[in-house]
Ligand binder design. Structure first.
Ligand code: ADP
Ligand code: MN
Ligand code: MN
Ligand code: MN
Length: 336
């Protein structure tokens, strides 16, 4: 029997790329081949020379269609010469992961996001108005405290069925906001799984007429933004028991604040204000248990002297290939 392969890739939309996908029907037993698309419709090519190439990089079961059907995450190459397309950030991440492989760096990413009504208001906000202030919604239960749990249930099971490294979910501080976590794994694995999980979320929410927003600050005012806290560790951070490797990593990151902030997602200045459990984007700090620091060291880690640290700055709309690449380059180059 023929089966369906859903080819998924990142487009050239600025400032934040969108996910795109299309379906290929393949004969039983045939592997998903290299394919192409019209880059002039995705801001990745001009009309005169429009062909771009899709190279499969990660394949998993399609939990929506079931059966033998698969999802095929691709990176984009130029059709003329096979070279990676300028929008292909996976390629540069792969280079850094290879260069610093000996440090065995792993990542766990907490993906926050916001459900919106088709008119752009957050789901759970009354038409044209506001719900009660933040407080009861984080990890809440019950009508009036959480919304759209049926989407979370369906998405979580879909991620498990696809074989993704999903670790957990929780309702967030602002109504309509939720989180799931992926990891802990090497840079490419965590990022590949993250993009499939994001695609599944968009796809499942379609069926409910709900919009998924990864905007950093979807609601101005006294409402939390949406981040993608990125937890990271090297082998030394996990194994040495004197905190030195963890502190050295934080110090190295503190020397490259602008570089990291530029790569952590669009509109980060609106989110990292110093309020709403954030540190100001232009002031670097790290500390044990401190959710108002740029980087938090969990208290269990400070007790045992080893483990991981949490960079709380990346936005929900960040590119995980870029965030993990920056952390690889900064932390591992300082570690030698
Ligand atoms: P919180 O909401 O308290 O910040 P979460 O439970 O949402 O924390 O997320 C913790 C994250 O830390 C998970 O993504 C997990 O994979 C990650 N993590 C745990 N141990 C390590 C480690 N040694 N290296 C990298 N990431 C880790
Ligand atoms: Mn979390
Ligand atoms: Mn969170
Ligand atoms: Mn966190």
């Amino acid at each position: 029997m023929a089966y369906q392969a859903e080819y998924i890739w990142l487009d050239g939309t600025e400032p934040t790329p969108l996910l795109r996908s299309k379906t290929k029907i393949l004969a039983d037993g045939k592997e998903p081949p290299v394919w192409g698309f019209d880059g002039s419709s995705t801001n990745q090519a001009t009309g005169e020379s429009s062909d771009c190439e899709l190279q499969p990089v990660f394949i998993c079961p399609d939990p929506i269609r079931g059966g033998d059907n698969v999802l095929v995450l691709c990176d984009v190459h130029l059709a003329q010469d096979d070279k990676p397309h300028p929008t292909n950030t996976r390629w540069t991440c792969a280079k850094a992961a290879k260069k610093y492989a000996k440090h065995e760096m792993i990542f766990g990413i907490e993906q926050e996001y916001t459900f919106l009504k088709p008119n752009g208001e957050p789901l759970g906000f009354p038409a044209g108005g506001f719900p009660g202030p933040q407080g009861p919604y984080y990890c809440g239960v019950g009508t009036g405290r959480v919304v759209a749990r049926e989407i979370i249930e369906e998405h979580t099971q879909a991620c498990i069925d696809a074989g993704l490294m999903i670790e957990g979910t929780n309702a967030e501080v602002m109504p309509g906001q939720w989180e799931f976590q992926i990891g802990a794994a090497d840079a490419l694995t965590v990022s590949d799984h993250m993009y499939i999980a994001r695609w599944l979320l968009h796809r499942i929410a379609e069926d409910y007429d709900v919009v998924v927003s990864f905007a950093a600050k979807p609601q101005k005012g006294d409402w939390n933004g949406a981040g993608a806290h990125t937890n990271f560790s090297t082998k030394a951070m996990r194994e040495d028991t004197d905190m030195k490797a963890i502190e050295a990593a934080c110090k190295a990151i503190g020397k490259k604040v602008d570089l990291h902030i530029k790569g952590y997602g669009h509109d980060i200045e609106s989110r990292l204000t110093g309020a709403h459990e954030t540190a100001p984007y232009n002031k670097f700090s790290y500390g044990v248990s401190n959710r108002a620091a740029s980087i938090r060291i969990p208290w269990q880690v400070s007790r045992t002297g080893r483990g991981y640290a949490e960079d709380r700055r990346p936005n929900a709309n960040c590119d995980p290939y870029t965030v993990t690449r920056l952390l690889l380059e900064t932390v591992c180059s300082a570690a030698g």
